[in-house]
Design a protein around this ligand. Structure first.
Ligand SMILES: Cc1ncc(C[n+]2csc(CCOP(=O)(O)OP(=O)(O)O)c2C)c(N)n1
Ligand SMILES: [Mg+2]
Length: 805
């Protein structure tokens, strides 16, 4: 990286930054005050958690946004510093007063910075602490991936910056990311820790900074500690200054916070009691008024503009850098330092005093330059030249790579969907197409066991530096080629599902962040989605685009036992916003779904729902494929456009129900053979039975609820895919649904037209055994399906001639 040599800030610029720092503090505090005390219709929902947290970062964010950041840099702002961010964007002309006035209100500026809901160019959403932090690390890796592939080289390299609350560092996912960053040769990443020694509830443990320092250094990071501000540094040079420094260093966090809250007189008393008899330090203390003494003691590194500016200016390398900045939570406000200040709000009376101190006239609270001493012309000129605001729109756009409707794959007579997935990717890897070039796969140490091996063999692993496969060079036979190079298309991760999802989140935003489209596919075992679920939700919330392939899944993993058998995951697929979930049974279904998915993750069109299925396919999203290792007999059939469409829409009749149909079996995923067998048995007695193959309970359900809403709005002809499929079913027909997962996934089918449903599935932890053992035990085998049908179907009992084993 070619960073300019550190520059010296002019005193004029420093003075303006000082003014802007006051302005950020004011605007952020006022925004929160306005939202909590002044705006009407709040239903009494006053919530703090922002005022003190924001104030803590006002200095650092001023130095960062108005000086250090460049247009190519990207930032994850600590959730509760959102008002600072919005205030800064307001000063830069990128945020409206109206949105600030509506902070936390309907369609107003968001409580926590949001890429999707805010309109002022949030780089990374934050909210669930820890995730935004890791997002910056993985975004740096993705930037390296993109550039190593020769893309986007006309744009300058950016830094990925996280502003982190110190308590946020308790989140384990940060350390998982740190380890992975070290393995992958992380660069261009700054983490700035707001070390105010306060969390939500109280004051944090002593001496954490030392552990952080060691930890970051161990992982190869540069560590910059911003502990004493310039006032303090000057005082330490006075006679007795060293004694004061030692006292500060020894002072427990709780006490320091309490004294900050109490102010000058309390500082004086405590200092005099503890070190006042130690010679020259007495003069140092006594020569200052209470106010000056408080200013000195509050002048920690993170609130000292010259120190912060210099620390940022000084970094002239691309190594990852951690700044530990000592700050005061609530700095500059009357609630500063109080351990309960997280949810604290300034009272109207406190706000009034603060307003006067800030020189703001009533009615001019939102005026940009109100209360500042520098002329508006100079401020405007300064703001007009802020480097961060010099680029064009921060959201970049990238070209799309169209996927053919038909992906090639050889379908064997017996095959599992997981095997089919490996074969499909193998075929894609074989082709030198622009689409295949943009695919990037990743997996948390389950690359081979999720069948990505053939793809990796052809496309190689990614690393910035090439690394040969020693087994290969030693001529030891091995099925897998484990060679790393900058051109590789697979990113191998350690076993941390959190990292998988945050990497997918970063890869899946590359079109917007790097202006270069990637088509990310991540694989993991289905049960371990739960381990990274919050990160998956986070990735979806910021509209990252990726495909997750979760395999193996369910009880079908029979001998592996209960620890590896997923139950709730189909419900996650149904409920997770921004994620279209599929659970195909057959490989030709999977091929159709994967082709759709590769297009769907690239869509960003308008929100009009299609009249066909009432899904908003044009807006796109991410995709979850729940696959299985169970080889099942494949159906030889032509893939017609109609069938392909129905598969993608979520279901089709594997056996069309007759006019007098009294039983329908709806099956999803690996239990298809049991459903087919049950239908065969029942068909001997009831000719009209129907078999519905459900490929996506999620999309069927979403289309149905959307059509219901459309009808409620007066669009009387709105019909969803499932409503059309069920249109001809007689009212007394019974539905037995079955899947290797929670039965509630398909139980809603009965609500579509008021049919009775017996939902079969798995409700309790699995165990080891064979597939027949377990399907029998949990009641998802053919017998159970027939028994369920018999129990709820109308008319006489269903007879079947062949006995089941
Ligand atoms: C995963 C998660 N758990 C809990 C919370 C609730 N929460 C919000 S901020 C916070 C801690 C705040 O402390 P710190 O990170 O030090 O920030 P500060 O307010 O001191 O600036 C907590 C527990 C959350 N947002 N996310
Ligand atoms: Mg804190």
């Amino acid at each position: 990286m070619t960073d300019a040599a550190p520059t010296i800030i002019s005193s004029a610029d420093l003075a303006i930054l000082g003014e802007l720092e006051r302005k950020v503090l004011w605007l952020a505090s006022w925004t929160i005050h306005n939202a909590n005390h002044l705006r009407e219709n709040l239903d009494g929902l006053k919530v703090g958690g922002h005022q003190a947290s924001s104030a803590s970062l006002a200095t650092i964010m001023t130095a960062l946004y108005f000086r250090a950041l460049r247009p190519q840099d990207r930032v994850a702002v600590k959730p509760h510093a959102s008002p600072n961010f919005h205030a800064i964007q307001y000063l830069l002309g990128k945020q409206s007063r109206d949105k600030l006035e509506q902070f936390r209100g309907y369609k107003g500026a968001q409580s926590y910075p949001s890429r999707t809901k805010d309109t002022d160019d949030v780089d990374f959403s934050t909210g669930s602490v820890g995730l935004g932090v890791a997002q910056t690390l993985f975004s740096s890796l993705v930037q390296d991936y993109v550039r190593a592939h020769g893309w986007g080289l006309d744009r300058p390299e950016g830094r990925m910056v996280a502003l982190i609350g110190d308590a946020e560092l308790d989140e384990g996912n940060i350390f998982e990311a740190l380890l992975e960053g070290w393995k992958q040769g992380l660069r261009n990443c700054w983490w700035i820790i707001d070390y105010n020694r306060q969390s939500l509830d109280a004051v944090v443990r002593e001496g954490l900074w030392e552990r952080y320092e060691q930890l970051f250094k161990n992982f190869g990071w540069d560590v910059v500690i911003l502990k004493y501000g310039s006032l303090q540094q000057a005082a330490f040079r006075e006679p007795g200054g060293e004694t004061l420094r030692q006292w500060i260093d020894r002072c427990p966090n709780q006490l320091y916070s309490a004294l900050v809250f109490q102010g000058g007189a309390a500082w004086r008393k405590r200092l005099m009691d503890e070190i006042g008899d130690q010679g020259p330090v007495t003069r140092l203390i006594e020569s200052r008024s209470d106010e000056e003494l408080a200013r000195l003691m509050n002048n920690l590194g993170g609130h000292d503009l010259p120190s912060v500016v210099e620390a940022f200016d000084r970094i002239d390398h691309d190594r990852p850098t951690c700044f530990i900045a000592y700050t005061v939570k609530g700095f500059g406000l009357p609630i500063a330092g109080h351990k309960d200040n997280h949810a604290g709000l300034m009272t109207p009376a406190q706000m009034e005093t603060f307003r006067q101190a800030m020189n703001i006239r009533t009615g001019h609270e939102w005026d940009l330059f109100e209360g500042l001493q520098t002329s508006p012309e100079s401020l405007k000129a300064f703001l007009g030249k802020v480097p961060f605001a010099q680029g064009g729109p921060r959201r970049l756009h990238a070209k799309n790579y169209h996927a053919p409707a038909e992906l090639s794959v050889t379908i064997q007579s017996e095959m599992s969907t997981q095997f089919g997935f490996g074969a499909l990717l193998n075929e894609l890897a074989r082709e030198k197409t622009p689409l295949a070039e943009r695919i990037v796969t990743t997996s948390p140490d389950v690359t081979v066991s999720t069948n990505l091996g053939p793809w990796v063999n052809r496309r190689g692993l990614f690393a910035r530096e090439s690394m040969a496969d020693t087994f290969k060079s030693e001529r030891i036979p091995s099925t897998f080629n484990w060679e790393f190079s900058p051109k590789g298309q697979h990113i191998e991760l350690g076993i941390a599902e959190m990292n998988l999802f945050i990497l997918l989140s970063a890869l899946g935003l590359s079109h917007s962040i790097n202006g270069e489209r990637l088509l990310p596919i991540g694989t993991l075992y289905d049960p371990f989605i739960a381990r990274g679920l919050d990160a998956l939700n986070y990735a979806c919330y910021q509209d990252a685009r990726f495909i997750i392939v979760a395999t193996p899944s369910g009880l079908t993993l029979a001998p592996e036992g209960g620890a590896h058998q997923s139950i709730a995951q189909p419900l996650i697929g149904l409920a997770q916003d921004g994620l279209a979930a599929f659970e195909p049974a057959f490989v030709d279904e999977l091929a159709a779904i994967l082709a759709f998915a590769l297009d769907y993750i690239q869509k960003d069109g308008g929100g009009e729902a299609s009249e066909r299925n009432w899904l908003r396919d044009e807006t796109g999203g991410s995709v979850y494929l729940r696959l299985s290792t169970r080889p099942i007999e494949q159906i030889k059939r032509p893939m017609t456009p109609e069938l392909r469409q129905a598969i993608v829409d979520g279901a089709y009749w594997l056996r069309e129900p007759g006019p007098n149909c009294q039983v329908v079996v709806a099956t999803a995923g690996a239990v298809a053979p049991e459903a087919i067998q049950a239908i065969g048995l029942m068909a001997e007695d009831r000719r009209d039975v129907g078999l519905l193959a459900v490929t996506s309970a999620d999309r069927l359900n979403a289309g149905w609820t959307a059509a219901l809403r459309a009808r409620e709005r007066g669009l009387v002809h709105a019909r969803s895919h499932i409503e059309r499929l069920f249109a001809a079913l007689p009212p007394n027909c019974a539905i037995v649904s079955v899947l290797d997962g929670h039965p509630a996934t398909l139980a809603w089918l009965g609500a579509v037209n008021g049919h009775r449903v017996r939902p079969l599935g798995v409700e309790h932890f699995g165990q080891t055994g064979s597939i027949p053992d377990l399907y029998r035990h949990y009641g998802i085998d053919a017998n159970a399906i027939v028994a369920a049908a018999e129990a709820i179907a109308p008319g006489r009992p269903i007879r079947h001639l062949r006995a089941l084993g």
